[in-house]
Design a protein around this ligand. Structure first.
Ligand code: PHE
Ligand code: CO
Length: 287
């Protein structure tokens, strides 16, 4: 997300958007999308929240090829008033927040190369569109994303972006939801990842802990490997209630005096769904 320079790159508009230029994709790039799509479409039923699969359906994303953002936007607009717009790469925080606050989701337009199929650092069109866009068809999630954008602009003014960013990370990117006695995936970083869509739900290594706003904003996260803790919400409506109906101002002030929590730690106050062995993280530690 972070990008210090506020000047848009050559060829981008003042709001940093660029045309998707859909007709420029090569057959190889469309084939890469199809390969990723088929792999995740086989993996996700029974693991992802049903709202995600409904979103794929509403947006007709099962058709072959990289989706055309204009067409996605048209369908989304009818449902929840959202649009998908292309950007050349990472954009400055305020630009990102302002787009969300106006119900525009900014997506990368490039697709990973075959040798990056399982790992790449910058979000590509598969992560951004397959991972993030289906849930924008869900009214409560759509409202949450807009509220987050407004909250981001406010947090920036208060010097609290780092705390707020953890909320995005542990919900929008890596969130889990309770589903009867089970857990389901909804975070885009998980649902677009072949390895993490199994790890997050089924591996003994990570903690799975009930959502608690302040707790989550204190928790550091990993950007270089699977998460060591995941946080579980009850529903999108509940997530929206516990964030957009709350004034974060006093919470940010409190957090300034409280210590961060390391990614693997379980606190006495936590509602623990699963206490992780952390075997995965330990095995990867340099000795
Ligand atoms: N209610 C938050 C505030 O007062 C804004 C927010 C809403 C943040 C939803 C995240 C998600 O700043
Ligand atoms: Co993302």
């Amino acid at each position: 997300m972070a990008q210090a320079d506020m000047t848009p790159p050559e060829g981008a508009a003042a709001d940093w958007t660029v045309p998707q230029d859909w007709s420029a994709y090569t057959p190889g790039e469309h084939a890469m999308w199809d390969r990723l799509f088929e792999r995740q479409a086989a993996m996700l039923p029974g693991r992802v929240v049903p709202e995600f699969l409904e979103g794929l359906d509403i947006l007709r994303m099962a058709r072959p090829g990289i989706p055309d953002f204009a067409e996605l936007s048209e369908r989304l607009m009818k449902r929840t008033g959202w649009q998908v717009v292309a950007v050349p790469g990472l954009v400055p925080d305020r630009v990102f927040f302002a787009h969300l606050a106006n119900r525009r989701f900014v997506a990368g337009r490039f697709i990973r190369r075959p040798e990056q199929i399982d790992y790449l650092q910058e979000p590509d069109v598969f992560h951004d569109v397959f991972g993030h866009v289906p849930l924008l068809t869900h009214p409560a999630f759509a409202d949450y994303m807009q509220a987050y954008g407004e909250g981001g602009l406010r947090a920036d003014g208060l010097g609290s972006i780092d705390h707020l960013a953890r909320l995005y990370w542990y919900t929008v990117e890596f969130g889990l939801m309770r589903h009867g006695d089970d857990l389901r995936l909804y975070g885009a970083g998980i649902v677009s990842s072949f390895g993490e869509s199994v790890f997050a739900l089924e591996d003994a290594s990570p903690n799975r802990i009930g959502f608690d706003l302040k707790r989550l904003m204190r928790t550091q996260y990993r950007i270089d490997d699977y998460q060591q803790s995941y946080f579980v919400i009850d529903s999108f409506e509940d997530l929206l209630r516990k964030t957009s109906d709350v004034d974060f101002g006093p919470i940010y002030r409190e957090l300034e005096t409280e210590s961060d929590v390391a990614p693997d730690v379980v606190l006495a106050q936590d509602r623990v769904y699963h206490r992780g062995s952390q075997d995965h993280a330990r095995a990867k530690m340099p000795c």
